[in-house]
Design a protein around this ligand. Structure first.
Ligand code: ARG
Length: 465
């Protein structure tokens, strides 16, 4: 990989008599990972060269040779036969050195009025912006799958949990739409971050701007940015766009991990609420009966990497004096890994959720057990018999204790038994003890009633169309 370790660096070695120590080179070089920025680097350089020609800083023929040569470099890298060199440190110098080999002297003029500091800030912004777009697209796909699940099961009754104890019956559709809301906020976080990051650092040069008459608006526009960044020190020194991306990715990973955990629980032998298709489960090499939800478990775990990346970059950036410091080279691997992890987790979750088989009979049976309609009974006493809620709660509690003692559920108690707890209880109360009536009654805005769920499904189908 290395070619000229014994001589000084061809790009900046003018004042150096000797090349770097091998360990210096190992700690300093970023080419092993920042080669991933090649397309952004070449795009940025082409925009820069075109601007240098338009402003008369370069001749048109030099700029043309540079632009063409950069396209050759691009195709060489894409063909997989580019000789990446560790001695040339990073993607910026690798590309430039190859350009020199291809076109000769004009290549040396490309770096006029810029620095690797604004170059890397620009490349990295372009890369992170692409990832924000990819996250937005992937989240939209996942939301569509969840909305489709919600539409199918708008009235499938299942137990709703608090403390993972049966609380009240809810609907499958309601549960699915809860995640739609979470992922929608995740998506809007990426959209917000994208808006703020869409300013161009190119032309900040090393840190102070440049004496050459560059046109930063032209390069900003050519690279699809809304405007150039207004302060050159800020342009080369902040990585808040990467921190925002990682923060949004971490929150999204938290949401993914919660849904993944539910899939793990729901697919267990004790629940059997859902079955993952063969495509999304694995067998055990020793226990033939096993169907393991590996993909869900891994999605549950991936938050560790994504949050780890966020913590790492926050830690790198904390306390750094303006403007550029080499510390910031540590930004890339974290963001690369977090972005890869997030995209994979989103794709896997989307696939799993679209393939999921839901055992509606199991859901309903579970919803009907565990005294899930106790609150409905208490509410009935408030509504029909005028009891204060605290008293109604107490009466209901005594009936739950009685049912528990008898080993039955609330609807299995006789009218005499109900009346023994409170004389106002009548035959009519049985209607609210059924889980379907229970969910249908929860018509408050955002509640679990199938009508409410269908209204939310329709709203999101419109928004996602
Ligand atoms: N590889 C460097 C990075 O990723 C590029 C910028 C180097 N700038 C410098 N002044 N040494 O941050």
């Amino acid at each position: 990989m290395t070619d000229d370790t014994n001589s000084s660096n061809a790009m900046w070695g003018g004042r150096f008599a000797a090349g770097p120590d091998a360990i210096m080179e190992a700690i300093n070089a970023s080419i092993s990972f920042d080669k991933r920025l090649y397309a952004q680097d070449i795009r940025g350089s082409r925009a820069h060269a075109a601007m240098l020609a338009a402003t008369g800083i370069l001749t048109h023929s030099d700029a043309e040779a540079i632009g063409e040569g950069l396209l050759t470099v691009l195709s060489e890298i894409e063909a997989g036969d580019f000789p990446f060199s560790t001695a040339l440190e990073d993607i910026h110098m690798n590309v430039e050195a190859r350009l020199k080999a291809l076109i000769g002297e004009p290549a040396g003029r490309l770096h006029t009025a810029r620095s690797r500091n604004d170059q890397v800030a620009t490349d990295f912004r372009l890369w992170v912006r692409d990832q924000a777009d990819a996250a937005i697209t992937s989240l939209t796909a996942l939301m569509k799958v969840l909305v489709a699940q919600a539409e199918k099961g708008a009235d499938w009754v299942m137990p709703g949990f608090t403390h993972l104890q049966t609380a009240q019956p809810v609907t499958w559709g309601h549960h699915m739409m809860a995640y739609v809301e979470m992922f929608a906020r995740d998506r809007s976080r990426f959209e917000d971050a994208r808006k703020r990051m869409n300013e161009c650092p190119l032309g900040s040069a090393a840190l102070a701007g440049t004496g050459f008459p560059i046109d930063r608006h032209m390069t900003a526009q050519a690279l699809g940015f809304d405007r150039p960044m207004a302060n050159s020190l800020d342009g080369v020194s902040d990585r808040d766009f990467a921190l925002e991306f990682l923060s949004a990715a971490a929150i999204c990973s938290v949401h993914l991990s919660r849904l993944a955990e539910e899939l793990v629980i729901w697919s267990s032998a004790q629940f059997r609420f859902v079955a993952m298709s063969d495509k999304w489960s694995t067998g055990s090499s020793i226990m033939p009966q096993k169907r393991n939800p590996d993909a869900a478990e891994l999605i549950r775990a991936k938050i560790g990497r994504v949050l780890g990346a966020a913590v790492a970059l926050f830690t790198v950036m904390k306390g750094l004096p303006l403007a550029y410091s080499k510390d910031m080279q540590e930004d890339k691997e974290q963001v690369f890994d977090a972005a890869d992890t997030l995209m994979l987790a989103l794709a896997a979750m989307t696939g799993m959720m679209s393939d999921l088989t839901v055992n509606t009979a199991k859901l309903e049976a579970a919803a009907s057990s565990g005294f899930s309609t106790a609150t409905d009974l208490a509410d009935w006493l408030v509504r029909e018999a005028g009891l204060p809620f605290r008293d109604a709660h107490h009466v209901t509690g005594s009936l739950v204790a009685l049912a528990e003692k008898k080993g039955c559920d609330l609807p299995d108690l006789s009218l005499e038994e109900l009346k023994s707890a409170h004389p106002a209880l009548t035959e009519a109360v049985y209607s609210v003890l059924g889980v379907h009536n229970s969910v249908a009654s929860r018509q408050s805005y955002g509640g679990t009633a199938p009508d409410q769920v269908r209204a939310q499904v329709a709203r999101w189908q419109g928004l996602l169309a």
